[in-house]
Every structure is written in structure tokens, then in C-alpha cells.
Design a protein around this ligand. Structure first.
Ligand code: SAH
Ligand code: SF4
Length: 359
């Protein structure tokens, strides 16, 4: 277990909350911006180096606060360059973070919960069950660590991470407040300054939370759809019984109503013989009619389920089947890509995150 101290962890504050904290302590609110820049943009954790803060403030910070990310307990590197970190939290729980370098971008896949309560039939994280929500510092700490890992001496001022997807372990919209505040920091020019087009929150479809998210965050939205009708979706994603497709698609249509240039990303795992037929592709075209979107077809990643209860018996669709499905969508004018599976050899691919130490 890493040592939990009584100090206030400053990774738990977005810029607004830090300004309020400073005002409470008799400081000027702009100190928060200076501190956010030191901590997130420059990666400095030693308060004595923060020479634009007053001596009194530096001494207060040294005595009462700290900058502490989760502890890296293991790192694995895939043959394709994907890196996966196993992180240990103060209570001994473990989570995973995955870094995916590509030609034109470097994407970090961030976890938001320990396990997940939604229990989708095809997802290994879901099979773990749910332990708890991550704190703000545990979420933003994943990006903080990745940026530091890419610039170990801390000298690089340009962050190599260009994209963040909240597609690791957990359902982001069931950890709403903490996710929104961590995302604030990702988008904050003084922290990571990522573009709203490059920070994506993926949800299984918690409809009321989507409506709130739209008010509170500029980040991009992705929906795990995975089925073209309620009957099948309720079978493989139990959340569909609570928020059926009619409500989910309506919330998607509303999402970017005031931003006509933005589109919702629809994620669709291709499961052989389950949701991958041409007839189902046509059904999907009908379902998505009138929704500005792009579709990502995701090859199903099988995993080592030997240690997990409730064996999963899905298979990935063959490439020709994926191509035929995609052609139906393309013919209907829907922008559709087939996502490449990355890091499967180190169980870092979508849905494979289970945070086993034996990995
Ligand atoms: N809970 C959120 C975010 C995490 S899951 C959500 O469901 O959207 C991230 C993505 O990985 C989702 O689209 C999910 O459906 C997908 N996924 C889950 N298990 C998978 C598997 N075995 N193979 C491929 N993708 C999977
Ligand atoms: Fe949870 Fe997403 Fe996995 Fe479903 S797919 S069990 S919502 S992490």
C-alpha cells in the first residue's frame, strides 16, 4: 500500500475549486492559476521551486498539502508500442491506464471507476463487479503520470499526450462530479490544454447524466451502442432496460444541437453471429437516421477469462463480415471506421482491463 498522508492532495482540485480554496485561506484567487500551471503543465511537485508564489504561501503548501498521483506498480509494453500501467491506490485497489501511440496522435485511455456496476455481457471489466468511484486525483493522476513518463526529466513543455478517451475501467457518467472536474483540468489551458475534440467521454448510455454533462462539459461524447434494437441491446447491455434506445437516441440528437459541426461517436463492437449481420446493419442505419454521428466498429477482444467468474463466450466477427456491415453504413452516408485493436498481447485492448497483478 502506498502511504496515505493527512495532507491535502492538490491533484483533487480543478481551477475553480482551487481558487475557492485559496480565497478561504486568505489568498488571491489568481494564485490557483499559477499553482495549476506548476503542477500540471510543468509537473513540479516541490513547492519551494514555485518562486512566483509568496514565501508564506509556499510554506503553507509545504506544511499542509502535497501533489500525489497513484503509484505505478507495473508497466507493460506491447509489440505495437502500446503501454499499460497498473496503478495502486491508497486502499490497495488497482486500476489500469493505457497509452496508445499512433502516427498522428498519442491517446491515453483513462479509467474512472474500480470495476464497473453495469455488467455488459461482453466486457471483462464488467465481470469484475464494482468496487468504487475514483477520486479526482486518481483520474487526473493517470494523465499526470503519463505526461511525466513521456518526458521523464520534466523538461518537455509540449505534452506528448494529444488525446484522452475515458474508455478504461468503469462508467464515467456514474462518477459524474469527479469525472467532470478531472476533464476540466484536461481542457484547461493552464493544465493540459487539450482540445474539446480530443477529450472523449464514453458512456453506456446513462441518459439523465448525458443531459447534465451537456450543460457542464465541452468534452466530446461517445456512446457504447453495440446493438440496433432494444431486444438485443437489453440482452447484452442491461442498462438498456432502464434507458431504452428511444430515450438514448433522443438524448444523442439533442447533445450537439447548438454545435452543428460536432457529431456523437457511436461505438459498436462486432460480435460474431450476435449483432454483425447485414440486416442488423440496415436496422442500425434506420436507428441512426437524423443523428449527426460517426460510427466506430470495434473488433471484439477476447481475453483470458480463466480467472474470472461467468465465462464469456463471444467471438470476434470475421474481417469480411465487418467489411460488409461497414459498407451498408457507408452506402447510407454514415461516416464509419473500423477501429484497430491495440495492445491485445498485453491485455490492454478495449474491455480487457481487469487490473490483475499477474498480467
Ligand atoms: N463504460 C463506458 C466506458 C468504458 S468501456 C462505456 O461502456 O462506454 C470502453 C469501450 O470498450 C466501450 O465501447 C465498450 O463497450 C468496449 N468494450 C468492452 N468490452 C470489450 C471487448 N471485450 N472488446 C472490445 N471492446 C470492448
Ligand atoms: Fe461497464 Fe463500459 Fe464495460 Fe459496460 S462496457 S461493463 S459500461 S466498462
Amino acid at each position: 500500500m502506498s502511504s496515505a498522508t493527512q495532507k491535502i492532495n492538490l491533484l483533487n482540485f480543478n481551477s475553480t475549486d482551487l481558487a475557492a480554496f485559496f480565497v478561504e485561506h486568505g489568498e488571491k484567487p489568481f494564485r490557483a492559476q499559477q499553482l495549476i500551471k506548476w503542477i500540471h503543465q510543468l509537473g513540479v511537485t516541490d513547492f519551494s521551486l514555485m518562486t512566483n508564489l509568496s514565501l508564506v504561501l509556499r510554506e503553507y503548501l509545504i506544511a499542509n498539502t502535497e501533489v500525489r498521483a497513484p503509484r505505478i506498480v507495473a508497466e507493460q509494453k506491447s509489440t505495437d508500442g502500446t503501454r499499460k500501467w497498473l496503478l495502486e491506490l491508497d486502499d490497495g485497489n488497482k486500476i489500469e491506464t493505457v497509452l496508445i501511440p499512433e502516427d498522428d496522435r498519442v491517446t491515453l485511455c483513462v479509467s474512472t471507476q474500480v470495476g464497473c456496476p453495469i455488467g455488459c455481457a461482453f466486457c471483462f471489466t464488467g465481470k469484475l463487479g464494482f468496487k468504487r468511484n475514483l477520486e479526482i486525483w486518481e483520474i487526473i493522476g493517470q494523465l499526470w503520470l503519463a505526461v511525466r513518463a513521456l518526458s521523464p526529466d520534466g523538461t518537455s513543455k509540449t505534452h506528448a499526450v494529444t488525446n484522452v478517451v475515458l474508455m478504461g475501467m468503469g462508467e464515467p457518467l456514474l462518477n459524474f462530479e469527479n469525472v467532470v472536474k478531472a476533464v476540466d483540468l484536461m481542457l484547461d489551458d493552464l493544465a493540459y490544454g487539450l482540445s474539446k475534440y480530443r477529450v472523449t467521454i464514453s458512456t453506456a448510455g446513462i441518459v439523465p447524466a448525458m443531459e447534465r454533462l451537456r450543460e457542464l462539459s465541452k468534452a466530446s461524447l461517445a456512446i457504447s451502442l453495440h446493438a440496433p434494437n432494444d431486444e438485443l441491446r437489453s440482452q447484452i447491455m442491461p442498462i438498456n432496460k432502464k434507458y431504452p434506445l428511444r430515450e438514448l437516441i433522443a438524448a444523442c440528437k439533442q447533445y450537439y444541437q447548438n454545435e452543428p459541426k460536432r457529431v456523437v461517436t457511436i461505438e459498436y463492437i462486432m460480435l460474431a453471429g450476435v449483432n454483425d449481420s447485414v440486416a442488423q446493419a440496415k436496422e442500425l442505419v434506420k436507428l441512426l437516421h437524423g443523428l449527426p454521428c460517426k460510427v466506430n466498429l470495434i473488433p471484439y477482444n477476447a481475453g483470458d477469462v480463466s480467472n474470472l467468474p461467468g465465462a464469456i463466450s463471444y467471438r470476434a466477427s470475421a474481417q469480411e463480415v465487418i467489411d460488409s456491415f461497414r459498407n451498408v453504413l457507408l452506402a447510407a452516408g454514415i461516416n464509419t471506421i473500423t477501429r484497430k485493436s491495440r495492445g491485445a498481447d498485453i491485455a490492454a485492448a478495449c474491455g480487457q482491463l481487469v487490473a490483475k497483478k499477474s498480467d
